[in-house]
Design a protein around this ligand. Structure first.
Ligand SMILES: [Zn+2]
Length: 312
């Protein structure tokens, strides 16, 4: 008997929400109880679907994390760059008609922020900023315990704060010099290639298929090229966070995502920029911490959102 079966036997009324995290690559789902415990979980490849109804059949779950902008009130996916068949699709209504249960949607970075506040590094704090350093840079802002979605559901795009206004690298959003092009896993690889000619002795020259993970491992071994790249990444991150700290005066800034694995190589550089640029009182207040719940943050956040909507 697994833990979930045992918990159901001990407490047959245990209250569970089915959550799904629809990523560009993987579809992960879990049942989460009101205490934030994850029961059953599954992980599949995201269907390479042309039609949204194939995604609906694959999910069969009710609080859904979407990699894109969503309109929470109407349950419409506004724009999902990695799952384009969902653009403009009434996903919540389609799930409800398939499953005969209410369905809610949330953006992936927003859900991760709620998950970290509920059951992770943001626990006990009511005003936090969550930054996800992955293929791109995602953000979620929680003010006084409430997710800040903005009037169109597009708030929290921390990855697109301008940190290099003149001569900045072009960003997928159409702007230039966004934080995302200096602090994502993709940016780490690009900056390593750009800086490589200045470090002819770096072991990364012989590395096939450069990844942020390889650059990080090389940095831990003391490779100057990798250390420079993470220093720049941390500095740009600190520049962006300093502005957010001045504007929002958060208690915690929670850094997650795959590239957060390089924490020991970039965090001090981010802190230096924050100390140099932000007002002293909010800069001292804002604790820069690593996310604790990894890939589960989105699922936990989706569950928490579903539980709190039910209470309203
Ligand atoms: Zn951008």
């Amino acid at each position: 008997m697994n833990r979930a079966d045992k918990s159901r036997r001990d407490n047959p009324s245990v209250d569970l929400v089915f959550t799904a995290d629809l990523g560009g690559t993987h579809l992960r789902a879990a049942t989460v109880d009101t205490e934030g415990r994850i029961h059953e979980r599954v992980k599949h490849k995201t269907p390479k679907a042309d039609k949204a109804d194939e995604i609906v059949r694959a999910i069969s779950a009710l609080s859904v994390v979407v990699p894109g902008t969503v309109q929470v009130e109407t349950g419409v996916v506004t724009k999902a760059p990695n799952v384009p068949c969902l653009d403009g699709f009434r996903l919540a209504a389609a799930l409800t008609s398939e499953l005969h249960l209410p369905a809610t949607l949330e953006n992936d970075a927003n859900a991760a922020a709620v998950g970290e506040m509920w059951m992770g590094a943001g626990r006990g704090s009511r005003t936090i900023i969550c930054v996800t350093l992955g293929t791109g840079v995602g953000g979620g802002i929680i003010l006084d315990g409430e997710l800040w979605r903005g009037i169109d559901g597009s708030a929290g795009e921390i990855g697109h704060i301008g940190v290099e206004p003149f001569g900045g690298v072009a960003c997928t959003c159409g702007s230039r010099g966004c934080l995302e092009v200096y602090a994502s896993a993709t940016a780490i690889v690009r900056m390593t290639r750009e800086a490589a000619p200045r470090y002819p002795g770096s072991p990364l020259h012989s590395s096939e298929e450069l990844t942020a993970e390889k650059v990080y491992r090389s940095g831990v071994e003391g490779d100057e090229l990798a250390l420079e790249v993470f220093r720049r990444m941390g500095q740009y991150l600190g520049v962006g966070l300093a502005s957010l700290i001045n504007v929002l005066n958060p208690e915690k800034i929670v850094i997650g995502g795959g590239a957060a694995a390089g924490w020991e190589l970039f965090a001090e550089h981010a802190r230096e920029q924050i100390a140099a640029r932000a007002f002293p009182v909010p800069a001292r207040r804002a604790q820069l911490v690593r996310a604790e719940r990894g890939d589960d943050a989105g699922l936990l956040g989706a569950a928490h959102i579903a539980f709190s909507q039910r209470e309203k």
